[in-house]
Write a new protein. Structure first.
Length: 356
């Protein structure tokens, strides 16, 4: 007897189950690199709540498939749906996972971007593997790093957070640990054993340490040699803080990168070309948010509240829809930003976006 395919129940978007002493929560949308939508935020939140009540010793958070833990939020849904409702739900979940009395172990194996960093990058125990590729690439699609991501960027050594943010730069496992986005490097072939140890009741910190190895070297950390003089020239104390002069800071960074490139700095020239392709408003607002978070010493709850204000103002702008069109829908990689150049930014508009 054949089965009508339409009668087969779809796979759940999140799989939550008890495994011995722990609750395992698996994002289960592998064809989309487990991109998070509103339904998934709710399902993860429900599983998190249940784990607080059922005696779980730890919560293990991972993703299905071979491509990655989580490619970020579902930007088609965010750009075309009830944006504020989605963001509020997402940020509440990010904070709940970070503050969970039951320790959360986040396995950021493979691609982990945007919203994936939001749910795992603030966890009690953050694990990366040789396949991990982390990024906050929001300036590429006309918004800004959110989900508390600019808190991590602000805490990175020197001004490397600014470099990563305005270039939509990628981190390997060694970079993620060196810059404070992860805690332990565990080879992917040891993840099953780590899960079994946790299910057997081993202390999460001890288990993560037992299966960890020395992390690969950080190439991003090495970028400080050429980047920090540029950052000091553009963002140093000789200038008004980026949070008070977002347009000026963005323009100084752009000019300093291009000048260093003209002097023969290949890395600076490449970074300048990359920043030129990003959304100008996003670049300026991102620099300002990182500066504000660092300068005021904000914690995660305050940063998430700031994210909600700022993204609630940035997302309705035409740049977000245009970025989604260029990168996700038409995939022509040729967004038409408004304004098109950092030189044409309107300082008053940036003040309104950043207003506390």
């Amino acid at each position: 007897m054949s089965t009508d395919a339409s009668q087969i129940a779809p796979e759940p978007l999140v799989i939550a189950r008890r495994e011995g002493a722990i609750t395992r929560i698996t994002l289960n949308r592998p064809r989309a690199i487990n991109a998070l939508n509103l339904e998934m935020f709710g399902l993860v939140g429900d599983a998190l709540d249940a784990a607080q009540r059922d005696g779980s010793a730890a919560i293990l958070l991972d993703g299905a498939g071979e491509r990655g833990f989580c490619g970020g939020g579902d930007i088609k849904e965010i750009s075309g749906g009830d944006t504020m409702r989605i963001l509020v739900t997402e940020y509440r979940l990010d904070l709940a996972l970070a503050e969970s009395p039951v320790p959360v172990v986040g396995l950021m194996d493979g691609i982990t971007m945007g919203g994936g960093i939001g749910i795992a990058g603030h966890a009690r125990h953050r694990v990366v593997t040789q396949r991990s590729r982390l990024a906050m690439p929001e300036v590429r699609i006309g918004i800004v790093p959110d989900v508390g991501g600019h808190l991590l960027l602000a805490r990175a050594p020197g001004h490397l957070g600014e470099l990563l943010a305005v270039t939509a730069g990628e981190m390997g496992p060694g970079d993620a640990i060196a810059l404070g986005f992860a805690d332990r490097f565990v080879p992917s072939d040891r993840l099953d054993a780590l899960g079994e140890a946790l299910a057997g009741g081993e202390d999460p910190a001890a288990a993560c340490a037992r299966f960890a190895e020395a992390a690969p070297r950080s190439t991003v950390l090495e970028a400080r040699e050429w980047w920090e003089p540029i950052a000091e020239e553009a963002l140093g104390e000789a200038h008004a803080p980026a949070s008070e002069d977002a347009a000026g800071a963005a323009l100084r960074v752009m000019r300093a990168l291009e000048a260093a490139g003209e002097r023969g700095g290949a890395e600076a020239a490449a970074a300048a070309a990359t920043v030129r392709a990003m959304c100008p408003v996003s670049v300026a607002v991102t620099l300002a948010q990182i500066d504000r978070t660092r300068r005021l010493g904000l914690g995660l709850p305050e940063v998430l509240a700031d994210d909600l204000r700022v993204l609630g103002r940035v997302a309705p702008r035409p740049d977000f829809a245009e970025g989604v069109r260029a990168q996700v829908i038409d995939k022509d990689r040729s967004p038409r930003w408004s304004p098109a150049r950092i030189e044409d930014l309107d300082p008053s508009e940036l003040v309104e976006i950043l207003a506390p």
